[in-house]
Design a protein around this ligand. Sequence first.
Ligand SMILES: Cc1cc2nc3c(=O)[nH]c(=O)nc-3n(C[C@H](O)[C@H](O)[C@H](O)COP(=O)(O)OP(=O)(O)OC[C@H]3O[C@@H](n4cnc5c(N)ncnc54)[C@H](O)[C@@H]3O)c2cc1C
Ligand SMILES: NC(=O)c1ccc[n+]([C@@H]2O[C@H](COP(=O)([O-])OP(=O)(O)OC[C@H]3O[C@@H](n4cnc5c(N)ncnc54)[C@H](OP(=O)(O)O)[C@@H]3O)[C@@H](O)[C@H]2O)c1
Length: 465
Amino acid sequence: MSDNSRPLRVAIVGAGPAGIYAADALMKSDTAKDRGVSIDLFERMPAPFGLIRYGVAPDHPRIKGIITALHKVLDKPQVRLLGNVDYGTDITLADLKKHYDAVIFSTGATDDRSLDIPGIDLEGSYGAAQFVAWYDGHPDFPRTWPLDAEKVAVIGVGNVALDVARVLAKTGDELLPTEIPDNVYQGLKANKAVEVHVFGRRGPAQAKFTPLELKELDHSPNIEVIVNPEDIEYDEGSAVARRGSKITDQVATIIENYAIREPKQGAIHKLFLHFFESPVEILGENGKVVGLRTERTELDGTGNVKPTGKFTDWEVGAVYRAVGYLSDNLPEIPFDAQAGVIPNEAGRVFDEGEQLIGIYTTGWIKRGPVGLIGHTKGDANETVDCILKDMEAGKLNEPAEPGEDAVVELLESKNIPYTTWDGWYRLDEHERALGAAEGRERIKVVEREDMLAASEPHKVARPSA
Ligand SMILES: Cc1cc2nc3c(=O)[nH]c(=O)nc-3n(C[C@H](O)[C@H](O)[C@H](O)COP(=O)(O)OP(=O)(O)OC[C@H]3O[C@@H](n4cnc5c(N)ncnc54)[C@H](O)[C@@H]3O)c2cc1C
Ligand SMILES: NC(=O)c1ccc[n+]([C@@H]2O[C@H](COP(=O)([O-])OP(=O)(O)OC[C@H]3O[C@@H](n4cnc5c(N)ncnc54)[C@H](OP(=O)(O)O)[C@@H]3O)[C@@H](O)[C@H]2O)c1
C-alpha cells in the first residue's frame, strides 16, 4: 500500500512532450492537492524536449515554440529534471523501483523503420531519422553529411518525407536564419541537389501529409513543386477517405492544384511528388547508389494498391527512406517488436498478460510513432488516470527509499554529471547569445561536452586515474 503521508513519487523516463505532459497531468490532479506529488524527469540528453529539439525541422520555429509552453510545466517546484541520465546505463529498473511509487516510460522513437528491399545498405542510402538528427544538431550523430548527389529520392509521403525533401530542396542560405549550427549550414550550403523526387506507393488520397506542411513547400522561392497529372487517381476507397476526413480531402486538393498549375518561374530546385510508385530496389554501382527502381501500382477499389508489373529506373545519387520511425527496446521492459511499442493497456504496462505493478508508459513508445506533439497530451492524461486509479486501489510499487535526496545521492555516487532545469536555462541563454551575435534568434550547441559545459552539470565525473 502506497504511503499516503508523503507525496506520491513518480519517475518519468524521457523528457519529450509525452513525458512533460504526464508531469503536467500529475501536477493538475486532485492527488497533487490532497497528498502532493513529487516528480523526477529522467532524460538521456543534456537538454529536454525530445523530438521538439531533435526532430522538428529548423524552419518550423512556430512548432519549436511549443517549448515555451512546456517551460511552464518544468518551472513548477514539484518536478525535477535529471538530464544526461540514460535509463539502462546510468539508472536501472531496480534503482527506479527502489525510489518511486510509479515509473512512466516515455522514451519515444529515434530510429528508422527498416525497408527490406535490395540495395538498402548501399552507400548513399539513408534513413530519414539519421538525416534529421544531423540537421537538427543531435550530439550523438556525425557532424558531416554527404550532400553531393544532384538528384535525390525520398521514399514515403508522410510529414517526415516532406521535412527531408524540403530541407534538401531549400538552399543553405534560406535555412541560415534558423537555429541550425554552423556545421549544418556549411553542409547544406554545399548541397548539390537540384532535383528531389518523393515517392508514394499509393495515391494522393492516401498521402499522410498535413495540408499546412504540403502548401508550405511552395513558399520557398527556390522550390518548384511538380506533380504529374497522370498520378491523380482515385477509387471508391479514396472517395470514402476524402469524404470522411477534411485533412485527406484538403491534401488531395492541394496535390491536384500542384498538378495543374503553370510552371513556377525562378525556382532553381525541382521537387517532384510521385504517386503510385512502389520502391522495389535501390540500384548501385561500386557499392554506391546510382538509382531507384519503382514498380507502378494501381488502386484496387479499396484505397489500397496492387502491382502492375511496370518498372521505372530513376537515376538518383542518394535515397532517403522516410517510412516511419521505430522505438528502442528498453532494458528490462517488455517490448512488442512487431508493433514497436511497450505492451500496455491505456498506459499500464503488461508482460505476457500480467500487469507490471507501478510501471506505465506514454507517448510514441506507448502507441507507435505517429501523431503530432499535441496528441501526446491525451496519451499522458490517459496514463496518469491509470496511475491515480491504481493508487486508489493500493496497486502501486512500494519503494524502499522514496525520499527525494536518495536518488540524487545515487546519481552522485555513480559520478553521473546530470543536468538540471536551471542548467537548461543556462544552455538556452548561451544558445540565444550565440545567435544574437549573428543577428539570429538562436544557434544550437551540438557537442555533448559543450552542452554540458553550458549547462554546468551538477557533478562532473572525475577523470579516470
Ligand atoms: C522528424 C520529425 C518531425 C516532427 N515534426 C513535428 C511537427 O512539426 N509538429 C508536430 O506536432 N509533431 C511533429 N513531430 C511529431 C512529434 O515529434 C511527436 O509526436 C512527439 O515528439 C512524440 O513525443 P514523445 O515524448 O513520445 O517522444 P520524443 O519526442 O521522442 O521524446 C522521448 C524522449 O525520451 C528520451 N529517451 C529515449 N530513451 C531514453 C533513455 N533510455 N533514457 C532516458 N531518456 C530517454 C529521448 O532522448 C527523448 O528526449 C515530428 C516527428 C518527427 C520524427
Ligand atoms: N510538420 C509536422 O507536423 C510533422 C513533421 C514530421 C512528422 N510529423 C508527424 O510525425 C508522425 C510520423 O511521420 P512519418 O512521416 O514518419 O510517418 P507516416 O506519417 O506514417 O508516413 C510514413 C510514409 O511511409 C510510407 N511507407 C511505409 N512503408 C513503406 C514501404 N515499404 N514502401 C513505401 N512507402 C512506405 C507510408 O505509406 P503507406 O501509407 O502506403 O503505408 C507513408 O507514406 C506523423 O504523425 C507525422 O504527421 C509531423
